[in-house]
Structure formats: structure tokens, C-alpha cells
Design a protein around this ligand. Structure first.
Ligand SMILES: *Cc1c(COP(=O)(O)O)cnc(C)c1O
Length: 422
């Protein structure tokens, strides 16, 4: 992983050798006010727009204009089963079987729908375990679930915390929480890649541990999908959910992905909310039948899906499918390793990288704690055309994504940091 050099010539050479380099041309890169391309390091927050997205959305607008309701059957990509292709491609991307994945709703909504089924508290076992620094939406969602079931959110929430003066979570601490309270915990919900530190958890290890104590285990993969190898099926997790507008480049607020493990695919006794799209496809349009549960993740859908949003997802997933996660992850490790190398050259007095140094325990994001910095550092970077992400009190998150970021991007990012901090 090493043999990096700190010269610009080295960065240029790496770009030349990079077999994914040309994919950058398939994306719209925002421009800085001097007209040159920004150094876009926030694919973890909002991924860039593939150039083919517009044509895909226009196709559906066109078919709607010319066909009206007939588009359900006669559109170029018939709307009736539009989501099925997406489900299959998405399943590949997250390491799942087609029956385990559906694209529907939005992320936090999916977490709630999953909890309707997989958070079934009893008087004895009702607690929910999350990371202490979970993404706020996840924390609010589980607190409101506790309250919905008439439990006290403070008492019902169990936090997996980092040790004193540490940032990363330790599996031994999770083990000891479960040894003490495992019988009280109904659900474990963890961010597969923590949004703040960039720590990529061992999903299988957490799932096995949770199941040993009889807990349900789910993952929020917002920062994992399209970034790391999730292997959701093999992890054994009961469920997972993720958004598509971060690494998956499908547009602001676009609809989300959802995974339900195959072992639950035919279980009709699970509590769940239903709508006409959870009903058997064969008889859905007879409209008079008794409810007949559709098997697999699709059975959690409620409504007929938004085709315009799905067109953007289709455009993006085709790129992912063409490249494949293996190649993406290979480049990602090399690119982020280079970023880490350059940062370390700057010296440890000013910086601390809080993301794990083991490439298998992170994706492309590095979270950098900058001593004595405030938001003005971030503002100066923005003025210089570097789009990064600031988290109070003193952390900059940068995610060189392998699809459209280059070694040159990383080189210039670190050059700018150097200049501003001087
Ligand atoms: C981005 C993100 C969200 C956002 O939720 P939405 O419902 O899509 O607004 C929630 N949880 C995590 C962990 C995230 O990273």
C-alpha cells in the first residue's frame, strides 16, 4: 500500500495508471468561481450527478407525456416493474440476494418501517443499543420508537461509547455491555460506517454477538453503500437501510435502499405496516382481494414508487454495475492511503486522523481533527475551491471517492490545507 511519493508528478502518474480515471468524465464536477473544477471531497454527503442522469429522467418525462397511464406497461422501461431491476443491481452492490433488497421510501422512513417489524419490545426486553455518536436522525428515530411503545427514551437507550480520550469504538466494550444487559436489549442498530469517524464496523461480528443474546440486529448503511464491501447477506443482519444520494450519486433526497435477510422473506407473522404494494403482484390490481403478503424485502413496500427518482438511481447504478465494487474498493484504498500519506507528511502537531488506519476498517473518508481550528479553516478551503465537510468542534471530513476523484485532487487538497494552516 505504500511506495507513495509526495510530488505532483507522482499524483499525475497515478492518475495516468488508474484504470478508473476516465469515469470522472461521466460526472458533472461543480466549478469554482474562477471557472476551474472544484476539488469535491463531499461524495459522502451528496454524490455528484452522472452526466447520463438527465437523459434517464427525460426518458420517463417523455414517456409520461406521450403515453400517460399506458406508461405503466408500454414505457421504454415499463413503470410497473421498474424497481425490480434496481433491486437486483442494488443487491449486488451491498452483497445481498435479490429477494433481500428493495428500493423504496427514504432512509429514516425505512428505519422506522424496519423497526415496526424488528423492534418488538416486551416488558423485560425493550432496550435499543446504538453508537454513542450515531447520526442524529437515527438517534431521534429510535428514541421515538421507544416512546411510541411507552418506554422512557433515556432509560431505554443503551449507548456504545468510545473510551476516555479515544474516538473509535471497541468491540470488547460492546461485548461487556451485552454480557451485562444483553437480555434487556431488543434491538441493536449501528451505522455500518460511522458518519463522523469513518469507522467501518465488522457487521458479521456485531450480528453474531447480538444474536447470541437474542437481540435483533440492523445496520444503517448510509455511509457504507457504494463505499465498502457490506456483504449484508453473509453478515446475517436482520435488516439494513441506506440512502442513495451519498456515495450512490442518485440526487438530493432520492429514495433509499432496504435489506431484509432471506430468513425473514416468507415470514407472514412478522408485525408490519402494509399497503397495496406489499400485496401479491399477481392479484394486486384486482383490488378486491384479501391481503396476500408479497415475499421478501419487496413485501415491505407500501406505495407505487416514484419513477422520476428511480430514473436517477438507474443511471447511477449502471455505472456501479459496470465498474463493480471490487475495482472501486481497490482504487479507494490506494487513493485514501495516498491522502493519509500526504497528511502524515504535514506532521502530527497540527493533525490527528481519527479514522482507523487499517484500510479494512474504513471506506474512503478520512476525518481529520485539526488542533485549535475553527470553522474559518473550512471557509478558507471553500474559498480556495475545496469542498469539504466541517463537523463541530474541530473535524474536517474529506472523502476522495474512487469514481470521480483523482490523485491530483488529493494532492491539491493537501497543498491547500498546508497553505491555509501556515
Ligand atoms: C445521511 C444519513 C441519514 C439521513 O437520513 P434521511 O432520512 O435520508 O434524511 C440518516 N442516518 C445516517 C447514518 C446518515 O448518514
Amino acid at each position: 500500500m505504500s511506495n507513495y511519493k509526495s510530488s505532483l508528478a507522482f499524483a499525475l502518474e497515478q492518475d495516468q495508471k488508474d484504470e478508473l480515471y476516465l469515469y470522472r468524465n461521466q460526472f458533472h464536477i461543480p466549478k469554482h468561481n474562477n471557472g476551474s473544477e472544484c476539488i469535491y471531497m463531499t461524495g459522502n454527503s451528496l454524490g455528484l450527478q452522472p452526466k447520463q442522469t438527465k437523459a434517464y429522467v427525460n426518458q420517463e418525462l417523455e414517456d409520461w407525456a406521450t403515453l400517460g397511464v399506458e406508461g405503466h406497461f408500454h414505457a421504454k422501461n415499463p413503470w410497473l416493474n421498474y424497481h425490480e431491476v434496481l433491486g437486483e443491481q442494488m443487491a449486488k452492490l451491498v452483497g445481498a440476494k435479490p429477494i433481500e433488497v428493495v428500493v423504496m421510501n427514504t432512509l429514516t422512513a425505512n428505519l422506522h418501517f424496519m423497526m415496526v417489524s424488528f423492534y418488538q419490545p416486551t416488558k423485560k426486553r425493550y432496550k435499543i443499543l446504538i453508537e454513542a455518536d450515531a447520526f442524529p436522525s437515527d438517534k431521534y428515530a429510535v428514541e421515538s420508537q421507544l416512546q411510541h411503545h411507552s418506554f422512557n427514551a433515556e432509560d431505554g437507550l443503551v449507548l456504545w461509547k468510545a473510551r476516555e480520550n479515544e474516538e473509535l469504538l471497541n468491540y470488547e466494550d460492546l461485548e461487556s455491555i451485552l454480557e451485562k444487559q444483553g437480555e434487556d436489549i431488543a434491538l441493536i442498530l449501528i451505522g455500518a460506517v460511522n458518519y463522523y469517524t469513518g469507522q467501518f464496523f465488522d457487521l458479521k461480528r456485531i450480528t453474531e454477538l447480538g444474536h447470541k443474546y437474542g437481540c435483533m440486529v440492523g445496520f444503517d448503511c448510509a455511509h457504507g453503500a457504494g463505499n465498502v464491501a457490506l456483504n449484508l447477506h453473509d453478515s446475517g443482519a436482520d435488516f439494513a437501510a441506506w440512502c442513495t444520494y451519498k456515495y450512490l450519486n442518485s440526487g438530493p433526497g432520492s429514495i433509499a435502499g432496504c435489506f431484509v435477510h432471506e430468513r425473514h422473506a416468507y415470514n407472514k407473522n412478522l408485525n408490519r405496516f402494509a399497503g397495496w404494494w406489499s400485496h401479491n403482484k399477481e392479484t394486486r390490481f384486482k383490488m378486491r382481494d384479501e391481503f396476500d403478503q408479497l415475499p421478501g424485502a419487496e413485501g415491505w413496500q407500501l406505495s407505487n414508487p416514484p419513477i422520476l427518482a428511480m430514473a436517477a438511481i438507474k443511471a447511477s447504478l449502471e455505472i456501479f454495475n459496470e465498474v463493480g465494487m471490487d475495482k472501486l474498493i481497490k482504487k479507494s484504498k490506494r487513493l485514501t492511503g495516498y491522502f493519509e500519506f500526504l497528511l502524515k507528511q504535514l506532521g502530527s502537531e497540527t493533525f490527528k486522523i481519527i479514522t482507523p488506519s487499517n484500510p479494512d476498517e474504513r471506506g474512503c473518508q478520512l476525518s481529520i481533527q485539526v488542533k485549535n481550528a475553527d470553522k474559518s479553516l473550512h471557509n478558507k478551503l471553500t474559498e480556495a475551491g475545496v469542498i469539504s465537510d466541517w463537523r463541530e468542534p474541530n473535524v474536517i471530513r474529506c472523502a476522495p471517492t474512487p469514481l470521480y476523484n483523482s490523485f491530483q485532487d488529493v494532492y491539491y487538497l493537501v497543498e491547500q490545507l498546508k497553505t491555509i494552516l501556515k
